[in-house]
Design a protein around this ligand. Structure first.
Ligand SMILES: [Zn+2]
Ligand SMILES: [Zn+2]
Length: 176
C-alpha cells in the first residue's frame, strides 16, 4: 500500500493536507502492513494520546472511529498510538520519535514532503505492548432527564434532590 494512495484517501476525509495527517497515515500504514485490516466492527481498537489531525487518518484508513467506540482518546498531548487487534491478539505502540524535525527550520510543505518519503519506522519508535484492549462499546438504555426531558444514557444520569437528572441540568442547578 502506497503512502500516496493512503494520503489521498485521508485528505478526502480530513479536508486538507498537513503534517499531522501524514503522521496518522504512516501509523495506519504500519498497522496495515503488520497483520491488521480495516475494522468494520471493533476488531481493531486504537487508543490515541492526542486529538490532532493525525487521528482522522486512522479513522478513515483503519475504520477505528469515534462513533463505533474503537477509537479512544487519552488527553495526554502525545503523538502516541496504541493499537489492539482482537483478531490476532497483538498490540503495538507507535510513539513519535523526539528527533523528528529536530533543529531544522522547515516549512509546513517541507515537513509534509519529509513525512511522505518516510517509512513508519523512520518516524516512530515501535514497541510490542501487552494485549489488554479497552472493553467493547456497550449499548445502554436511556431515560428522560427529570428536568429537561431529554433522553440520557442511564449511566450518565445523576441522582440529585430525589431526581434523575442529566449532567448539564446538574451543573446548572449547582451554579445557581
Ligand atoms: Zn490537518
Ligand atoms: Zn436535563
Amino acid at each position: 500500500m502506497e503512502t500516496k494512495d493512503l494520503m489521498e484517501k485521508a485528505v478526502r476525509f480530513h479536508g486538507h493536507i498537513c503534517p499531522g495527517l501524514a503522521m496518522g497515515v504512516l501509523a495506519a500504514k504500519y498497522v496495515l502492513e503488520h497483520g491488521s485490516k480495516y475494522s468494520h466492527d471493533e476488531e481493531l481498537v486504537v487508543v490515541v494520546e492526542n486529538d490532532n489531525c493525525s487521528v482522522d487518518a486512522l479513522q478513515v484508513i483503519l475504520g477505528t472511529t469515534y462513533g463505533k467506540g474503537n477509537l479512544i482518546h487519552n488527553d495526554y498531548g502525545k503523538n502516541n498510538y496504541n493499537f489492539y487487534d482482537r483478531n490476532n491478539k497483538k498490540a503495538v505502540k507507535l510513539a513519535l520519535k523526539a528527533s523528528i524535525f529536530k533543529n531544522k527550520k522547515l516549512t509546513r510543505d517541507e515537513k509534509i514532503q519529509i513525512l511522505m518519503n518516510s517509512k513508519p519506522e523512520d518516524i516512530f519508535n515501535i514497541y510490542d505492548i501487552k494485549f489488554d484492549p479497552p472493553g467493547m462499546a456497550e449499548s445502554e438504555d436511556s431515560s428522560p432527564c427529570e428536568i429537561c426531558g431529554e433522553l440520557t444514557m442511564s449511566s450518565r444520569l445523576m441522582f440529585y434532590n430525589d431526581s434523575d437528572i442529566c449532567v448539564p441540568c446538574y451543573k446548572k442547578l449547582r451554579s445557581e
